[in-house]
Design a protein around this ligand. Structure first.
Ligand SMILES: C[S@@+](CC[C@H](N)C(=O)[O-])C[C@H]1O[C@@H](n2cnc3c(N)ncnc32)[C@H](O)[C@@H]1O
Length: 237
């Protein structure tokens, strides 16, 4: 028996009906239905030869370096930084001596161990998936002056879990804090043929502003570095 058009529709709509998106940038998968864990990328990582999530022995990317450079010119004394996507801990290695604290998040066990071995002052590496419930509950409101993620949506599994992540960083941002990201990372999504990320997650300025606005943040840019601050604050560095 041929399926009715209603059946075809329901088979092709993976979004859980209870999920109501806060923004629309053309992403189809509303809810992947799988709680994000640190093992989430194993299948994709195993299918390719180049590093995907383990950058413990890689040089920092150009976008990470550009953000690191911007931070060296920013006020640092007494500041707390959240670094999402630790890589080889380039940010903490550069700034740990100058700030109050750096907390770094990674899904890679090797990056986490590498970060621990560095034993930098005030540096706390955490092994967790930024899209997961644990991350969403990990930090007090307003506890970071700078939040850095040069791959904001590069690894997004679905809109629901991206929104959970973004809500968490907006909440964790200090009143006059800034979230930093970069054009290069905005323009890259995981696309290796296994657990691929939807191309709609490739961000441009308009899409990032749409997302930021949905979470009460204002978007500014300086060349390829992008900044998000609480919209009700008029100042900013
Ligand atoms: C391409 S590497 C970039 C590393 C570093 N930021 C740099 O640019 O040199 C991606 C980083 O994001 C982390 N990552 C990817 N997906 C993640 C997730 N869902 N939760 C937490 N970290 C994640 C990886 O472990 C890795 O540290």
């Amino acid at each position: 028996m041929a399926p009715s058009s209603q059946n075809i529709l329901s088979e092709n709509v993976p979004c859980a009906p209870s999920f109501k998106a806060r923004f629309d940038i053309g992403v189809i998968l509303g809810d992947c239905g799988i709680e994000p864990t640190v093992e989430r990328y194993d299948a994709a990582a195993g299918a390719i030869s180049w590093p995907l999530i383990d950058y413990s022995s890689c040089a920092p990317t150009d976008d990470q370096l550009a953000i690191n450079r911007w931070l060296t010119r920013a006020p640092l004394a007494g500041k707390r930084i959240l670094h999402v996507g630790a890589g080889n801990s380039s940010l903490a290695s550069l700034l740990a001596d100058d700030v109050d604290a750096v907390v770094a998040v990674t899904v890679s066990v090797d990056e986490w161990r590498h970060a621990q071995r560095l034993d930098l002052p005030g540096y706390t590496p955490l092994l967790m998936n930024k899209h997961g419930e644990t991350f969403a509950n990990a930090f007090d409101a307003g506890s970071f002056d700078y939040i850095v993620d040069n791959n904001l949506s590069s690894f997004a599994c679905c809109q629901k879990h991206f929104e959970r992540y973004f809500a968490a960083i907006a909440e964790a941002l200090a009143e006059d804090g800034v979230i930093l990201t970069h054009w290069f990372g905005m323009q890259w999504v995981l696309d290796v043929g296994v657990d691929d990320v939807e191309p709609a997650w490739l961000l441009d300025e308009h899409k990032l502003r749409t997302i930021a606005t949905a979470f009460g943040l204002r978007l500014d840019r300086d060349g390829d570095v992008f900044f998000m601050r609480h919209a009700d604050r008029s100042g900013g560095s």
